[in-house]
Design a protein around this ligand. Structure first.
Ligand code: NAP
Length: 249
């Protein structure tokens, strides 16, 4: 991380709900000036900002579709303008369009790959120049254990998350000489709107196979992100950190 005294700036995509909200709240509590995106949840984003301002934290929400190159460039320009710098990028925004391959439409495939994988490509590309100029930075991609082990009914989603692992490792190699560290956090099961679409049988199958016998709280994923954004992880790059209660051992 930079040794300048300015407040460090973190950008979190998809911070309006679920795991992203927990990451926003944690990084703000860690002292970052947090800029986060929402796509449709403007009221939820405003509420998070209001809570954090009341607690004396710096947080701002920006509406942006992470799959749209023009909107992403505006988002990064706006973030650097507001914060004066950009230290941490968390690529969290993600969607599912689950169904068996036989029934999966091209649109289901494109929507998931565009948001989950192309979105991370666009944001990472757009922040590189600023982080290189600062000679420091952290990029943290939120993957999934299904990107490592696969999951029936999720060929689009697991391909996008497996792609994030390749993106993480390649970019870590490209940017290490500039002191920019790139890592991936791979959650197992976390109860959010995303997993709220699963049937009870699917949830129970997950829970039965988790050695710790429970899903994660969003705050537990945020704790791993906080570590990877901190000075304590200055010698870690190109890694996938599973936060899954032992599911993918
Ligand atoms: P969620 O509750 O459904 O929240 C998704 C977030 O992504 C929302 O803030 C949403 O914004 C944002 N988003 C979606 N499409 C977007 C787009 N095109 N542009 C910008 N923002 C967009 O999901 P979650 O469960 O918290 O998941 C967060 C991340 O963790 C995802 O990458 C997911 O794949 C990963 N993950 C989740 C689990 C789990 O068990 N929940 C497990 C492994 C990995 P709006 O609300 O404004 O639409």
């Amino acid at each position: 991380m930079s040794d300048q005294k300015e407040t460090q700036v973190a950008l979190v995509t998809g911070g309006s709900r679920g795991i992203g909200e927990a990451i926003v709240r944690r990084l703000a509590a860690d002292g970052f000036h947090v800029v986060f995106t929402y796509n449709s949840s403007s009221a939820a984003a405003e509420k998070i900002c209001a809570d954090l301002h009341e607690a004396g934290r710096k947080a701002e929400a920006v509406k942006a579709d992470i799959a749209d190159a023009g909107q992403v460039q505006n988002l990064i320009d706006e973030t650097i303008k507001r914060g004066g710098r950009l230290d941490v990028l968390v690529n969290n925004a993600g969607i599912t369009r689950d169904t068996l391959l036989m029934r999966m439409s091209e649109d289901d495939w494109n929507a998931v790959l565009d948001t989950n994988l192309k979105g991370a490509f666009l944001t990472s590309k757009a922040v590189c120049r600023q982080m290189m100029r600062q000679r420091s930075g952290r990029i943290i991609n939120i993957g999934s254990i299904v990107g490592l082990g696969g999951n029936a009914g999720q060929v689009n989603y697991s391909a996008s998350k497996a792609g994030l692992v390749g993106l993480t490792k390649s970019l870590a190699k490209e940017l290490a000489s500039r002191n920019i560290l790139v890592n991936c956090v791979a959650p197992g099961y976390v109860k959010t709107d995303m997993t709220g679409k699963l049937t009870d049988d699917q949830v129970n199958a997950f829970l039965d196979s988790i050695p710790l016998r429970r899903g994660a709280e969003g705050a537990e994923i945020a704790g791993a992100v906080s570590f990877l954004a901190s000075g304590d992880s200055a010698y870690i790059t190109g890694q996938v950190l599973n936060v899954d209660g032992g599911l993918a051992m």
